[in-house]
Design a protein around this ligand. Structure first.
Ligand SMILES: [Zn+2]
Length: 270
């Protein structure tokens, strides 16, 4: 790929029109963190239950018990039904085998939105239905919140995709890890940036503290349950689906590693 072409495209600030071939991004899919997540020890137990059974929202929750004690981490995909990186990667995560802790995965959180390939489900944008210190405002949000309270996760990771890049394109929030105040997000992002090709400087991830109360699932978990909470955003800007998945997979594995679930350390990799 011609470097001038890539930088020129980034400089144009156009959103949604250019996709750069991302062979280099793909080549990093053998990332040590992802390998550790995929190739850990057999789980003690893998359980599937249905969220909101016998409703239009019915969707599986997978629980993977690692052989050793550790943190409970909940990963959500498909809170927005057309953000395929989160859906596809969280389906992959149901096959991951952490060394320690309990991994709880909901790949298609807003099942109706996922089936319709739309951002919003029957009641609109699911990620606006979780007011702080109040009951969630829809049946689906209440069902999800019941599950979150039941699992009482140490860590919540919600996987998303934006159209542009945070601080480069107005209104867009891509290539950012939003996080609760207690999260070691800078360290995670520093490691994640090892996966970003050198010729895509605009795509380097940033860690953004997100402590202002608003009705998002990860914020409610942070405020009410004291979970360390993250909302991950990659971008469609210049990235094909495989590149978005690569970043999403890499971010998820790093969150698990940083919270003690995987036997790979940030120091070794960096
Ligand atoms: Zn989203």
């Amino acid at each position: 790929m011609n470097r001038r072409t890539v930088l020129g495209a980034a400089g144009s600030l156009a959103v949604g029109t250019i996709t750069v071939a991302t062979a280099v991004v793909r080549s990093r899919s053998d990332d040590a963190f992802v390998s550790a997540a995929r190739n850990g020890p057999p789980a003690d137990d893998v359980v599937t239950e249905q969220l909101l059974p016998d409703t239009v929202h019915e969707t599986p929750i997978y629980t993977i018990e690692a052989p050793a004690d550790g943190a409970t981490v909940m990963v959500f995909g498909g809170v927005h039904g057309d953000e395929y990186n989160g859906i596809e990667v969280s389906h992959e995560v149901t096959e991951w085998r952490p060394n320690a802790g309990t991994l709880v995965v909901v790949p298609e959180t807003d099942r109706v939105a996922v089936e319709n390939e739309r951002r919003e489900g029957v009641d609109g944008d699911l990620n606006r239905h979780f007011p702080i210190d109040e009951e969630p405002t829809t049946e689906l949000a209440r069902g999800i919140w019941d599950a979150v309270e039941r699992y009482d996760p140490d860590v919540v990771l919600d996987l998303h995709r934006s159209l542009g890049i945070f601080d480069l394109h107005q209104r867009y929030v891509g290539q950012a890890l939003f996080h609760s105040a207690d999260a070691p997000a800078k360290e995670i992002v520093a490691s994640l940036n090892d996966v970003v090709p050198w010729y895509m400087p605009a795509h380097r991830f940033v860690a953004e503290p997100s402590t202002h109360p608003s009705p998002l699932l990860f914020k409610k978990a942070a405020h009410e349950l004291g979970s360390t909470a993250y909302l991950f955003e990659t971008t469609s800007f210049m990235l094909d689906q495989e590149a978005k998945n690569t970043f999403t997979r890499a971010a998820t594995a790093r969150v698990l590693a940083r919270h003690g679930m995987l036997e790979v350390s940030m120091e070794v990799e960096r």
